[in-house]
Structure formats: C-alpha cells, structure tokens
Design a protein around this ligand. Sequence first.
Ligand SMILES: [Zn+2]
Length: 272
Amino acid sequence: MPELPEVQEVRRTLEPFVLNVKIADVKISRKSYIRSGATSLGGLIGHHVHHTARHGKKLFCIFDDGQVLLIHLGMSGRIDCCQPETPLAPHTHFSMLLATGMEFRMQDPRRFGGLWHYPDWAAAEKAEITGKMGVDALEVSASHFASWRTMHSRLKAHLLSQRTVAGLGNIYVDESLWLAQLHPLQVLSKIRLRHHAALAEAIHAVLDKSISMGGTTLRDYRNVAQQRGRFAQSLCVYGRGGLPCLHCGVKLTSKVIAGRTTVYCAQCQKRN
Ligand SMILES: [Zn+2]
C-alpha cells in the first residue's frame, strides 16, 4: 500500500504533467470513485493545477480558482499520464484530457482509493486534516509526542491511526520502530523522553532514504512514469520475519499486532 514516500514520489512525477496545464475534458468511468463533492468534476474543465500539496498519504491538487481535488491511492491506486491513444488499462475509473494532448488516468483495481472534490482549501483542510490527522511525518519532532505521556494506547496501533503522525503505514512503522529500538506493543505513556527523540529521528531517516530511492514497490506501486520504487532492497525488518536482525543477529519475530503482520527484534526492541 502506498505510504508517505510513495505518495511523495507520485507527487514529484505528476507535477511536470499537470502544473499550469489546462484541463480540456474530464471522463468518469466509475461514478462511485468520486467520493464527495461535485461528482461530475466538470467544473475542473478550463482550469489548471496551480500547485500540489501532500499531508500524510493524501495528495491534493489545488487549482487556479481554488478548487481542490484530493487523490487517495488506497491500496492499489496508480496514476498514468500517457497519450490518449494508449490502450486503456483495466480498472481505469477516471481520466482528464490535458491541453498538452496528454491524458491523466487513474486506475485502482481494489478501489480502496478515490477522489474527493472541495470548493476550496479551507473546506479540504477541515474535512481531511484538522482534528483527524497529526503532523505530516516529514515534519515530526519529539515535541509532537508530548501528549503521549497521558495516553495508554499501544505504539504501533497509534502510529497506524495517523492521529499524532500522518503518513506511516505498516512498512515504515516497522522500519522506524526497529531503528528507534522501540517495541510495537509499547504503551505510549511509558515511553521515555529520549525515545521520543529517537523515534522522530528514526522516522526521518527511514522516510528520507525511501524517498531518495523512489519509495517501496512490493507489487502494484509505480510512480507516474511507471517506475518501481527501489527501497524494498533496503528494508531492515519488513518482510524479514525469521531472518537475523541486522543489528544483533537474533531471529526477527513475526506476529500480528494491530491487525497487521509485524516484524520486530525481541532482543533490540524491549518494552518499558
Ligand atoms: Zn536485534
């Protein structure tokens, strides 16, 4: 599933195709894929994407007149910008003809993703970010974990919830916890202050490295140029259950935690 680095890579590779390029036409093949707002999206025609923004795993296109189109890739969403005569991939739910003659297409076989339309940024922010999502993971610092001192939830489940830090999913939570030497079932209130700093540092290190490698492709994920991410070869724990910990050599534990297969080192990641 695309997490922050993959969405960031999609954003980077999408911008050259859409920034300041007028939308000539909009085609919706599956109406239910437009999750909210103006379901025809005809109001985008004649306008252009002025800039993009990202918060966690959500990618926003902000148009010249203020309209906002939120793109969520879900599990298997993929964007392609191609010549209109290119054969249509199965499960293409939405496309926009661009004034350059290229076509923006979004396909999503599993349909956990979708598009949300908002009249302006204030409406998008209120519906999508405020009160729902914590700080974007690239901006997180130890001070953002201050409220954890009174919270009794478990670390991995809380990170997956997006409420303190937005953008981490199963892969990058496991990688960050291993690097910070924190147990996925650690109770938040018992995490020591020095570990707050270690966790923030680990999140930055893992995400920065993945972004520099174009993200992680396990199966479906491709950027807009249809290239795979190369971070899978640098994963230290995800997918390595039963193999030796790269830090201490002990066999990594694989267990379902917070409903997700979780890999960690029982030797390096002790609970307080
Ligand atoms: Zn270890």
